[in-house]
Ligand binder design. Structure first.
Ligand code: MG
Length: 401
């Protein structure tokens, strides 16, 4: 038997060519010239992920056989005894995706072939349309339709809506204030206007971003039912999953959930109990391709579809990983897409491309993407205290962002 190819080095590359701090892992192997890349981006706690890899995962991984992805994933998850947290899951994802990339390169196959082969040639994607007024949002949807997109997520004033017109108590601290009542009213008006303006052929999506109390969430899901959304996203927080049964009883609005999930029991519960229609975990946040392909199979068995989280704070490497899962998964629904810049494409050669609303792979072996380390180093991450996540209700109470 030939000697195994082993892990020689694990490098964390932190870079910020765009708005988001990104973490990419590069696994160097004992085979000259053979390496893999994976996404480990938890942008708000990026140094903690880098430290988890550098100080905890790397010493454990050096010298291990790169072929044994499953065993490495399982042991990485329990090796620290406490598990399933966002920092550790992202760290493990960086290594996991890199090992899938390496396995594909060794097999001379794209990762979608390793997973079982394509169910489709390309993935339908949705993009974001946001604006201060209903007509601005409608104009942006039309512009996306002109660019070939058939699925558009619509928000007015981003998460929580416009926030100018409510009374704060004296001495209220600074923060990202929003008014849930105003948000519900304005969003319903916006959705009705946009649907009337753009017609029924385009699919519309909306993200509540878990900003409503459960009772208000139920009435909101029911109120938007006539709009015919493709899905309503994060109507409730992971902490409020039990309320989904009442939403189901009240209306048929399709529901999507998962970007905040950490633990397999969360996606197992919503799938087995049919509480939502789309699983949309953040693939690095759940630990990489290894758990994601199992969750995609779970979705298929329970009549749900996949819709992996794909904003600008998923790295281009993570977007490539999403696409390989999308091309294979029998129950794929839709892929969120962030419309990368030319610079993103230079720092990350091989980034998948959209044509006519479909995201296509480049069919190179592995994930088909790499990182230009020298160029990435020219765009170091910028540290700062996140403002938009310091969310408050009109009376100043802190709430989930
Ligand atoms: Mg979301």
């Amino acid at each position: 038997m030939s000697r195994p190819i082993t892990i020689e080095d694990v490098r964390v590359i932190l870079t910020q060519p765009g708005s988001a701090r990104l973490a990419v892992v590069k696994v160097i192997t004992s085979e000259p010239g053979l390496h893999g890349v994976g996404c480990a981006t938890f942008t708000q706690r990026i140094h903690a992920v880098a430290a988890a890899i550098e100080h905890h995962l790397k010493p454990f991984l050096l010298g291990r056989d790169v072929a044994r992805i499953e065993e490495i994933w399982q042991m990485s998850m329990v090796h620290g005894y406490w598990r399933n947290g966002p920092v550790l899951n992202n760290a493990i994802s960086g290594v996991d995706q890199a090992l899938w990339d390496i396995k594909g390169k060794r097999a001379n196959m794209p990762v979608y072939d390793l997973l079982g082969g394509k169910c489709r040639e390309a993935a339908n994607v949705y993009v974001h349309a946001d604006g201060p007024t209903p007509s601005d949002v409608a104009d942006r949807v039309k512009s996306s339709m002109d660019d070939g997109y058939r699925y558009v997520r619509v928000q007015q004033g981003m998460y929580g809506g416009n926030t100018e017109t409510f009374v704060q108590p004296e001495g209220a601290p600074p923060g990202a204030y929003f008014d849930p009542k105003r948000y519900r009213r304005d969003t319903l008006t916006m959705l009705e206007h946009v649907r009337a303006e753009v017609g029924d052929d385009v699919e519309l999506l909306h993200d509540v971003h878990e900003r409503l109390h459960p009772a208000d969430a139920i009435s909101f899901a029911k109120a938007v039912e006539p709009i015919g959304l493709y899905f309503l996203e994060d109507l409730l927080a992971p902490e409020d999953l039990a309320w989904f049964e009442r939403v189901r009883a009240a209306c048929s609005t399709p529901l999507a959930m998962g970007e905040l999930f950490n633990h397999p029991s969360e996606w197992q519960t919503v799938a087995e109990q049919k509480l939502v229609d789309f699983l949309r975990m953040h693939v690095s946040q759940m630990g990489g391709i290894t758990p994601a392909r199992k969750a995609a199979d779970l979705a298929h068995r329970h009549g749900l579809r996949t819709a992996w989280h794909g904003p600008a704070d998923t790295s281009p490497v993570g977007h490539a990983a999403n696409l390989h899962l999308d091309l294979w998964a029998p129950a794929f629904g839709i892929q969120e897409w962030y419309q990368p810049s030319d610079l993103d494409r230079t720092v990350f050669p091989g980034l998948p491309e959209v044509r006519n609303g479909y995201l296509y792979p480049n069919d190179a072996p592995g994930l088909g993407i790499d990182v230009d380390e020298a160029l990435a180093a020219e765009y170091p991450i910028v540290d700062g205290v996140e403002q938009w996540t310091q969310t408050r209700l009109p009376d100043g109470s802190p709430v989930r962002p």
